[in-house]
Design a protein around this ligand. Structure first.
Ligand code: BGC
Length: 977
């Protein structure tokens, strides 16, 4: 069945209920056969309970015990029982102590273990993907699995399986790239690595959550073949590797929410992929209690829909039918028995996964039952004992991720000779403020002490290395001379003024007022706090230290900013720096233009929070206020131009600090000029540049051209420096593709991704050649913003009612209620592109990328020979020989792609070629190695939406081997009958 609703919802739900009955019947059947023998040990699990034991546990649970298991709750053991108590994990379900069922604690990934204390920050997963190394992925998993267990956690919310489909997707850095085979191979190893330590892996976000803008509501339109031949393949690989859980996603898929979608959860996940673990919601992704019936087993982070009272009521009285609305289909009435069955099934999924992890041995059926409710769990290593080995792992993975994109005239590797007479110059803020990882729930707060690139390079260069920032990340507090307090006589509608405020009108500074902490509806004015502090004039907004805003108070500054006459140009950046806020918003010229405001809400919440996004542009580099977080708004201002400002801050449970800062155009010009002067006399320049990937928004908002551009004026800096020094090398810390208009003007480009806490050392090792780069691009880098898969030439208005259905989507006719319009947007990019994602799109449309998928250089060179493709019983074996013809040891990633089949119906989409095998081989100079890659029958098949199954692509099949998706070196053909 296609997840596309084809019949009325009533009929479809009937089918789903029948399906869930079947699951329970199947459980019963297993019970009879398994009752006599202990369950076989799985490859990763230790569980000794049989299905009959598990069903008996379910049967013994009271109603509150059952309902308590299907929603998250807060951890009440905080502070008393560390490390098993609350350590800032993302979620918890409580277990049933009476029966010996322990709580399940869940920590975020997928770039390490994210808790409220320091941990080893591994390179971002996209860097792991660049290693093209499944063995490394296994190690990555083992590392987080052991650290997770050491910190009292049981479930790791990773790996993230979503693909890079939108080149500006905010969480692209958390993915394993754009190709489902590569993602699947690495994810499977990560899962097995994590679970080998007794930690349950959770594949997320099921499914199609490849963008952040509007992620909590947007609908992804997708056809069945595309659904099956893109990221679902990687979920399949993770499930086949034994992943214990799956996180359903925020977005809708073909109009139904990810966590309430019978088609994707029941038909695809349970029936087609035979997933037997538990499904839990992304945090806040449940919208109806009936999502439990649709296939979600746990609501996180708390009972908003799966409430104990409502579930208990449903278990007694059932629930009535609900009519369709514009956003939801009709729901049939459900009986109490149906609810009981759904609840029991959910708990069975949870318990059977816990059993796999050896977490139920303290129950009466477990091998370690002691007669008391003290649960036995697999060993938890001592965290401190892991630290140094984990740091070495982080460094080695960062080194393996290093992807060399350009190396003209062998500008790299560097040598000490390059730094003679201080000949080496480092530029860019991220040379000294190391870029560890992206923001949001993947952000791991790293251990101290890892070297910055600057320090590590200095260590290798044999003496002091010159440095210039070349870029002003922080600017300065906006001076009072540029500010003026509001005048009630102006009648500006977005200022809430009292008659007394007339006393301040036009004076230098901004009016400060205390407001309530109540939520303010979008587009509305905040209410002034009754009995709050009297209104006052603040010459600047610079509230730090002893002046901090008291906890749990709300404040607003309003007035005008007048752009001074500034010879440096018209490009200004306005910045809000803040900490310990619940929210902070700067509205510029009114409330109605959403794009004209700066907002720091949940991301980051506060620097101390484990959720803090500490991406470079999101933090303060002011040594006096290092804990502030910043958000930036870039604006063009002509001299004398006026802006209305309205800055609101609500302090959290600690006193909050706030500053209003700016970077004037002449700061930009000055910093570039200083960099250029230094570059002119340098022998070589290494310039560090970055982009800022974070959860919650796509890069550039909805403006893909902006999102693909390096933030701020980095491109101007690079272009100016490249013009001043012919030996310029750019080191990129990006989480995904960026445009490089300067690419042909620099001699070297090294992509280090977000390299984790040891990234500085790894970068220096690669730059100086102690490590030979062998990473390959897991994503295509486009040549221009209008030459990438999600570019739509007709898109001019990205609002919900605009003309950009491909991305970021538009509202449209309701599929549920005739004549109604949905409140949510539908995004059609996946439907428009079909299976042609990533490099497949570039190939199909004949578009030349800047750097193709699979691409990467080395300090040595490799040859390919002896390609042979042989039919086997279940696919094709492809063998070839790779040789190192250079003078250094190095790693090559040999890649094999297959072309289309002539035997499939023309209605089936087929890639020009797709990746079906790869192997990273490390060879000494002169050494060669034969490798054999097995291509499975499914890889040679296409999904038929009409048949609802895989059809083998018969006929003549061509296999191409090379070192990227655009580097065909050898070709072999096999005929499949
Ligand atoms: C993210 C998930 C994460 C969860 C818990 C959500 O906002 O989408 O990836 O695991 O929060 O922190």
């Amino acid at each position: 069945m296609s997840p596309t609703p084809k019949r009325s919802h009533r009929l479809r739900r009937g089918a789903v209920l029948a399906a869930s009955l079947l699951i329970v019947v199947a459980m019963g059947a297993t019970m009879t056969s398994a009752a006599t023998a202990p369950a076989a040990k799985s490859a990763w699990g230790h569980g000794t309970l049989t299905d009959a034991n598990l069903l008996s546990l379910v049967a013994q649970m009271t109603v509150p015990e059952e309902t308590g298991m299907v929603h998250g709750t807060s951890d009440t053991t905080c502070a008393t029982t560390l490390p098993l108590g609350c350590v800032g994990q993302a979620g918890l379900i409580p277990g049933v102590a009476r029966l010996g069922i322990p709580p399940l604690r869940m920590t975020d990934g997928p770039a390490g273990v994210r808790l409220s204390h320091v941990e080893t920050a591994l390179p971002a997963p996209v860097g792991l993907a660049a290693s093209f190394n499944p063995t490394t992925a296994h190690l990555y998993g083992q590392t987080v699995g052991a650290a997770g267990r050491a910190t009292g956690e049981d479930v790791w919310l990773g790996p993230m399986i979503n693909e890079v489909n939108y080149p500006t997707g905010g969480r692209n850095f958390e993915t394993l790239g754009e190709d489902p085979y590569l993602t699947g191979q690495l994810a499977a190893q990560e899962v097995q690595g994590v679970q080998s330590q007794g930690m349950i892996a959770e594949l997320k976000h099921y499914i199609e959550n490849d963008f952040e803008n509007g992620r909590q509501s947007t609908n992804v339109a997708i056809d069945d073949q595309t659904l099956h031949e893109t990221e679902l393949l990687a979920f399949q690989a993770g499930i086949e590797a034994g992943a214990g859980s799956v996180m359903c996603s925020y977005n809708r898929i073909n109009n139904l929410y990810g966590c309430g979608n019978d088609g994707t959860l029941q038909t695809v996940l349970r029936q087609q992929l035979a997933f037997t673990g538990f499904v839990q919601s992304d945090w806040g992704a449940i919208h109806k209690m009936t999502d439990l019936v649709s296939g979600d087993d746990i609501e996180q982070p708390s009972a908003r829909n799966f409430t104990d009272a409502a579930l208990a009521d449903a278990l007694t009285n059932g629930t009535p039918a609900v009519a369709a609305t514009a956003d939801y289909p009709a729901y049939p009435a459900l009986t109490a028995a149906q609810w009981k069955q759904s609840l029991d099934t959910a708990i069975f999924h949870i318990l059977s996964t816990m059993n796999q992890a050896g977490l139920l041995e303290g129950t009466e059926y477990g091998s370690h039952f002691t007669g008391t409710p003290a649960p036995w769990v697999p060993a938890r290593p001592d965290l401190a004992s892991l630290q140094s080995a984990d740091a070495a792992t982080a460094r080695s993975i960062a080194e393996q991720s290093a992807t060399l994109l350009r190396d003209d005239d062998q500008v790299l590797p560097l040598s000490k000779a390059d730094n003679r007479t201080n000949g080496l110059l480092l530029l860019g803020p991220t040379a000294v403020a190391p870029y560890y990882g992206g923001g949001g729930s993947a952000h791991v707060t790293p251990y101290d002490g890892s070297a910055s690139p600057y320090t590590a390079i200095t260590g290798k260069a044999g003496g002091t290395v010159a440095y210039q920032p070349g870029y002003d990340l922080d600017g300065q507090v906006v001076p009072s001379s540029a500010l003026s307090a509001p005048d009630p006589a102006d009648n500006y509608p977005n200022w809430t003024l009292t008659p007394a405020d007339a006393a301040f009108a036009g004076k230098p500074g901004l009016l400060r007022q205390q407001i309530t902490t109540d939520p303010v509806a979008s587009g509305a004015q905040p209410a002034l706090a009754t009995g709050g502090a009297p209104d006052q004039l603040d010459p600047t907004v610079d509230v730090t230290g002893a002046q901090s805003l008291p906890a749990s108070t709300g404040w607003r500054w309003s007035g005008q900013l007048t752009a001074p006459s500034n010879p440096g140009g018209t490009g200004w950046q306005l910045k809000v720096f803040v900490d310990h806020q619940v929210s902070s918003q700067l509205f510029i010229d009114g409330l109605d233009t959403a794009s004209r405001h700066v907002s720091i809400g949940a991301y980051p919440a506060a620097p101390a929070s484990s959720y803090a996004g500490l991406a470079e542009a999101a933090r303060s580099h002011d040594p006096a206020n290092p804990n502030l977080q910043q958000a930036t708004y870039s604006v063009t201002l002509t001299p004398g131009q006026k802006l209305h400002l309205d800055l609101r801050v609500v302090a959290g449970t600690s006193p909050a600090q706030v500053q209003l800062r700016w970077v004037p155009p002449d700061n930009q010009a000055t910093s570039i000029a200083q960099a250029v002067t230094a570059a002119k006399s340098a022998r070589k320049v290494v310039l560090f540049a970055y982009d800022d990937g974070t959860e919650g928004s796509d890069r550039g908002g909805s403006d893909q051209a902006a999102g693909l551009t390096l933030p701020g004026y980095q491109n101007d800096l690079i272009a100016a420096v490249a013009a001043a020094n012919p030996n310029t090398v750019v080191v990129l810390n990006t989480g995904d593709p960026v445009l490089m208009p300067w690419a042909s003007t620099v001699k070297g480009i090294l992509e280090m991704w977000y390299p984790g806490q040891e990234g500085g050392t790894a970068t220096a090792n690669v730059l100086f050649g102690s490590v030979n780069p062998g990473g390959r691009l897991p994503v295509t880098f486009p040549a221009a913003a209008n030459q990438q898969p999600m570019y739509d030439p007709n898109c001019t208005d990205t609002s919900a009612t605009g003309n950009c259905p491909v991305y970021p989507g538009v509202v449209g006719p309701s599929p549920f209620l005739a004549g109604a319009t949905t409140s949510y947007r539908t995004i059609t990019g996946m439907q428009v592109n079909g299976i042609y994602e990533g490099y497949r799109w570039y190939d199909k449309h004949g578009v030349a990328p800047l750097y193709p998928f699979g691409y990467g250089l080395s300090y040595t060179s490799f040859t390919y020979s002896k390609l042979k493709a042989t039919r086997t019983a279940d696919g094709v074996d492809v063998s070839l020989t790779v040789g190192n013809t250079g003078s250094r040891a190095g790693s090559e990633v040999a890649q094999v792609y297959v072309g289309p089949s002539t035997g499939l119906p023309s209605t089936i989409q087929q890639a020009v070629h797709k990746l079906v095998g790869f192997q990273r081989v490390t060879l000494s100079p002169g050494q060669s190695q034969q490798i054999t890659l097995h291509v499975t029958a499914q890889q040679l098949s296409s999904w038929s939406s009409t048949a609802g199954k895989w059809l083998e692509g018969t006929g003549s099949r061509t296999f191409v081997a090379g070192s990227s998706s655009r580097d065909p070196r050898l070709q072999a053909t096999v005929t499949l009958k």
